[in-house]
Design a protein around this ligand. Sequence first.
Ligand code: L34
Length: 280
Amino acid sequence: MAKILSGKEVSARIKEELKQEVAALKEKGIFPGLAVVIVGDDPASRVYVNSKKKACEDLGIYSEEYALSAETTQEELLSLIDTLNHKKEINGILVQLPLPKHLDEESVIQAIDPKKDVDAFHPVNVGKIMVGNYDFVPCTPAGVMELIHESGIEVSGKECVVIGRSNIVGKPQAMLLLHENGTVTICHSRTKDLKETVKRADIVVAAVGKPNFITGDMIKEGAVVIDVGINRIAPKTLVGDVDFESASKVAGAITPVPGGVGPMTIAMLMKNTVKAALIQ
Ligand code: L34
């Protein structure tokens, strides 16, 4: 049976450390502040944004929430971002994705001051990650790296297979693994022989958004399996992209859903917000 990589526990530890750091910063007159923008009423986004606000409260980080109606125009949203870019109390700006269809995500992200881009989605920050000299790491891939470190596995020289090529997870995840000298393969919907490719991996990161897509027969004995998927298959049932039941029988270490990567994402956002305050 695989070791369970509890993001819930690891994130609690990280947040405890950050809490001390925030208290020390405040003594020096530095007060980290985060603005979270949510547009529309996607229930999942609401849950995540609430967790982000709660984490700020727990750590003593100042936060502002802007909950905009689903009918918000592009101009209104850009105008809010402009205000936040110039607002002294705000060190980090996060626009919760996805946005309603009529809004252009790319230009919204580009409007955020890269120094306040705690998601690291702005092309300037994306480019810095590519080069390997960066301040902010996207929260989910950063959380995955922390969990991999936590499993005690060295990435260097290992076969790493990332399933999914999104800008938010797959692509930056591949870069972070590469920076630690992993041999990285990115799989996606057009990949031939997905099973054979995943089977080679010492480290598997699944970020495809398909419930229970990666099954135990695709996993190499002893591999580290990180499940980024959060799929709601029934009102109260969340499952990952990995079939935990079968995969946990062959993996050496595996993350659960919930309680795996999700809480780590939030801890990493807090880390980036503290960093943003330090940089500014
Ligand atoms: N801008 N948009 C922006 N930044 C992000 O970093 C995100 N993401 C993703 C969606 N959109 C975003 C998040 O915050 C996904 N995500 C996220 C954050 C937290 C959790 C899941 C996804 C989380 O806390 N998950 C819990 C379960 C929560 C539930 O019950 O629904 C878990 O234990 O996995």
